[in-house]
Design a protein around this ligand. Structure first.
Ligand code: DC
Length: 223
């Protein structure tokens, strides 16, 4: 059983997805962390500019994600290493590459078959789990999303914090790239429930999602 949560950066997906999974007793899958891990590998190995070499490297790259921990070629990656400004920018570039998407989408489908999941990303309700029982699409105004991203960066102890204006500009640019790419673009599934989180508290969003999810689950005979 899968519940999908898609939406742009900073719409509040991560925290809300994790909390919703906890309340429902589901696992949580952060698919953005998978794109970030590929981006980190590409940066480390200088493959970002060469999509053919990166596609080739995927044949040997070992990526594992379990209980929120990401392993690359058998080594655990610190969460803060996945959330630097460089990796964030590089993740949008690798996410536009069809080979990368095909590889990660296949992996995500397999993971989804191993239990009950709340999965979070951009294409979960449209491409990866079109048959999901319950789908959400979260949005928020760009200014509010920039503020939230800044808070996350501060908390994660990231060095060299950008200004709020820079963050908002990079969020808008990332939205543009994510929404216009040919494969798996950021778009709401036709049957997704849209939730604007701009003026809602985290608990308010989770309450709303939980009641919708429980209603949908009850509709298919799951308590
Ligand atoms: O959600 P995030 O900021 O951690 O995502 C990092 C990047 O990966 C972002 O540019 C969008 C991309 N992404 C994607 O294309 N598809 C997903 N399912 C998840 C993330």
């Amino acid at each position: 059983m899968v519940i999908t949560i898609d939406g742009p950066a900073g719409a509040g997906k991560s925290t809300v997805s994790r909390l919703l999974a906890e309340r429902l007793g589901f696992h949580y899958l952060d698919t953005g962390a998978m794109y970030r891990a590929v981006a980190l590998a590409a940066l480390r190995e200088n493959l970002l500019e060469d999509s053919r070499k990166l596609a080739h490297r995927l044949q040997t790259l070992q990526l594992a994600i379990q209980d929120g921990k990401v392993h690359l070629d058998g080594k655990e990656i610190e969460n803060q290493d996945l959330r630097t400004v460089e990796v964030t920018a590089a993740s949008t570039i690798v996410a536009a590459q069809t080979e990368v998407r095909d590889w990660l989408v296949g992996m995500q489908k397999e993971i989804g078959q191993t239990g009950n999941f709340v999965t979070e990303g951009r294409d979960q309700g449209t491409v990866v789990f079109p048959e999901a029982v319950c789908k959400f699409f979260l949005t928020a105004a760009p200014g509010e999303r920039a503020k939230r991203r800044m808070e996350d960066l501060r908390k994660s102890g990231a060095p060299d914090l950008p200004s709020l204006e820079e963050l908002e500009a990079s969020i808008i640019e990332r939205d543009r790239r994510d929404s216009t790419r040919a494969t798996g673009p950021l778009v709401a599934a036709h049957d997704a429930i849209l939730v604007d989180t701009t003026s809602l508290s985290k608990d308010g969003v989770v309450d709303k999602l939980e009641s919708e999810a429980r209603r949908k689950l009850a509709g298919v005979g799951v308590q």
